[in-house]
Unconditional design. Structure first.
Length: 333
């Protein structure tokens, strides 16, 4: 009798567990990015994971993989498109232009006059329409956009104050057409290279410099292999956290709601970290021995702006269309 009761109890428990909706199996999502811990991209990713895990009551578990653990930038981006990696962070918007060419506009040099100008474009009808197009054409959803920082030039041995000072210098470039054209427009020789390779390439002299935000320069310890930091501020850089659309739609309504809420909170945290670091870490780079060259030290920003815009914009107007470019510029007035 006791054995029969135990068998009935065990079968009843199994039956309850298998009833639809009784218990939902946990969903595991990988969140990959190329930046190191301490970087605003990582800080936002960690906050995203915390909010999803908490809001979904454990139904959805997000694990963050920083520092190119799941592949280099293009490998991670391909993984998201295929669904092998569910979420990718820190993705330059120009990278998404392989699916929606107009998105290269968001990485264009001297395109945006301020962070507010960028937000009016990205969060308004223009950005929303391009986001829908990315879902339709590529099956990828932009979860959130995060301030990456103003991109500046660093060099190993060459002080730079005008575009001609970059002539002949090999600068590592983000491997997208818009980034390479920007460095060409400045007068440099762009060398496309994954982020994971940059430090050793600077150290060995394969390239003479690179461009990046202050947070990346600091967390990647480029101050160990670069002497000059030139405050060209040529790109108001934002990065996207993107998710495979099929994976997003496969979540339960509660799971999607948790992801949506995390996509609100994560960039607020990441932006605050980025803005704070942009000032604080500049001082740390000076302490580490970098020579910072800005307008007060003779940097001719007007020369950079005029030359780069004249070189880059005509090359990409066919992607952006003149109408879209005019609409973006009008939002900066």
């Amino acid at each position: 009798m006791m054995a029969s009761w135990r068998r009935w109890s065990w079968l009843a428990l199994v039956t309850v567990l298998l009833l639809p909706g009784s218990v939902r199996a946990g969903v595991s999502l990988k969140f990959a990015h190329n930046n190191n811990p301490g970087h605003p991209i990582h800080e936002a990713a960690v906050r995203f994971a915390e909010v999803v895990n908490r809001r979904s009551h454990g139904e959805v578990q997000v694990t963050v993989f920083p520092s190119s653990q799941l592949g280099r930038m293009n490998e991670a981006w391909t993984g998201v498109k295929l669904g092998a990696i569910e979420i990718g962070g820190g993705t330059p918007l120009g990278t998404l232009a392989d699916l929606v060419p107009e998105l290269s506009l968001f990485d264009a040099p001297y395109m945006f006059r301020s962070l507010d100008h960028f937000r009016r474009v990205a969060e308004g009808p223009i950005g929303q329409a391009l986001g829908r197009k990315l879902v339709e054409k590529g099956g990828v959803r932009i979860l959130y956009l995060q301030y990456f920082g103003l991109r500046h030039i660093t060099t190993t041995n060459t002080p730079v104050r005008k575009p001609d000072d970059l002539r002949g210098l090999k600068l590592r470039s983000v491997p997208t057409p818009i980034h390479m054209a920007t460095l060409e427009g400045m007068g440099a020789r762009p060398t496309p290279m994954d982020f994971a390779e940059v430090y050793q390439s600077l150290r060995s002299g394969i390239v003479d410099g690179q461009d990046n935000a202050v947070a990346s320069i600091h967390t990647s310890k480029y101050y160990e292999v670069q002497k000059y930091l030139i405050l060209t501020a040529h790109i108001h850089a934002f990065a996207a956290a993107v998710m495979n659309e099929k994976v997003y739609q496969s979540l339960s309504p509660a799971g999607r709601a948790a992801v949506d809420q995390a996509a609100v909170e994560a960039p607020l945290h990441g932006n605050a970290v980025a803005l704070r670091q942009e000032t604080e870490l500049l001082g740390e780079l000076r302490k580490a021995g970098m020579v910072v060259i800005g307008p007060d030290q003779g940097l001719d920003l007007d020369a950079f702006r005029t030359r780069v815009r004249a070189y880059v914009y005509p090359k990409f107007e066919t992607q952006w269309t003149r109408t879209l470019l005019d609409q973006v510029q009008a939002l900066g007035q």
